[in-house]
Design a protein around this ligand. Structure first.
Ligand code: AMP
Ligand code: MN
Ligand code: MN
Ligand code: MN
Length: 276
């Protein structure tokens, strides 16, 4: 069985419409999928409808931008009710945060003489409510400031870089609680991708996620090195968490795998889809 519980569409910063993501999943022989757009549930009904038409099992998902201290952390929610008032309210708060951040980005880009880049980025946001640094990175490529999205993040908009604008995201606690209130499970997304200052900091994050009632961890992801798999499989066992897996698909170009093509879960774990 091919499973992918972490993917993006044009409802956030992916290139394909929700419908197109599902069609690609069918082509790639994915049997069970979740769409997990950043901070929005806007793509779910279109994707669910298409998934059912094509005979794929579909799970509601979201990837909630969150913070642990000053470290940005992503929490994937799976199997929740997208119309639950607590989830709707969280998405509304995230939209407001993104809007307020984009105003500060505009000022910073204007000061840097890069207002046309910012203005172009706005036109690339297919869901104007979810304006992402990914859109800014694409604009930096389109206007030939850099030659790749990687370079755009590494030189300009990545955390701490000259065109990075800080954002106060919800705490992990808040994100986990809302996912639970809405009836879902909370998954620590791509745990190998965060900027830990030390192994101790990484382990403290795992303990904190356990203390606040986190349910699961992405043991394999298309957006973290396969070297991390054995380590996070051990973490899943240690905390008795459900194990999740996802490609973190955004687009067909680039380094990340196609839907379902991330490494499979190692044996001996508790696959989260058995309880979704
Ligand atoms: P934001 O949520 O607006 O702060 O933007 C962060 C998004 O940028 C993440 O969801 C990633 O998908 C994307 N991203 C981060 N690094 C890269 C990269 N090197 N290349 C392409 N996209 C990236
Ligand atoms: Mn993204
Ligand atoms: Mn993420
Ligand atoms: Mn993602």
């Amino acid at each position: 069985m091919t499973i992918d519980l972490h993917m993006h569409s044009s409802a956030s910063d992916g290139d394909l419409t929700p419908d197109e993501v599902v069609t690609l999943c069918a082509r790639e022989k994915v049997d069970l999928m979740a769409l997990t757009d950043h901070d929005t549930v806007a793509g779910l009904s279109e994707a669910r409808e298409k998934a059912h038409a094509l005979g794929l099992r579909f799970i509601n998902g979201i990837e909630v931008s969150s913070a642990w201290g000053r470290l940005g952390i992503h929490i994937v929610g799976l199997g929740f009710d997208p119309e639950h008032p607590a989830m709707v309210a969280l998405c509304d708060r995230q939209v407001r945060r993104r809007h307020e951040r984009s105003e500060r980005m505009r000022t910073l880009f204007a000061e840097a003489g890069l207002l046309p880049v910012f203005e172009h980025a706005l036109t690339l946001a297919t869901n104007p409510l979810i304006f992402s640094r990914a859109h800014v990175a694409k604009a930096l490529v389109a206007l030939e400031v850099v030659d790749s999205m990687d370079a755009a993040f590494n030189r300009y908009v990545g955390d701490g870089k000259p065109l990075f604008v800080e954002q106060a995201w919800p705490t992990l606690d808040e994100s986990v609680n809302v996912i639970h209130e809405a009836g879902g499970l909370a998954v620590l997304a791509h745990p190998g991708r965060y900027r830990y200052h030390s192994p101790l900091m990484r382990d403290l994050l795992m303990e904190h996620f356990a203390e606040i009632g986190g349910d699961a961890i992405e043991v394999t992801s298309g957006s973290q090195s396969t070297r991390d798999t054995a380590y996070f499989a051990g973490v899943a066992k240690r905390f008795d968490w459900w194990a999740s897996t996802g490609s973190d698909f955004h687009r067909e170009e680039g380094a990340r795998p196609l839907p379902g093509a991330q490494p499979p879960l190692p044996d001996g774990l508790k696959p989260i889809w058995t309880v979704l």
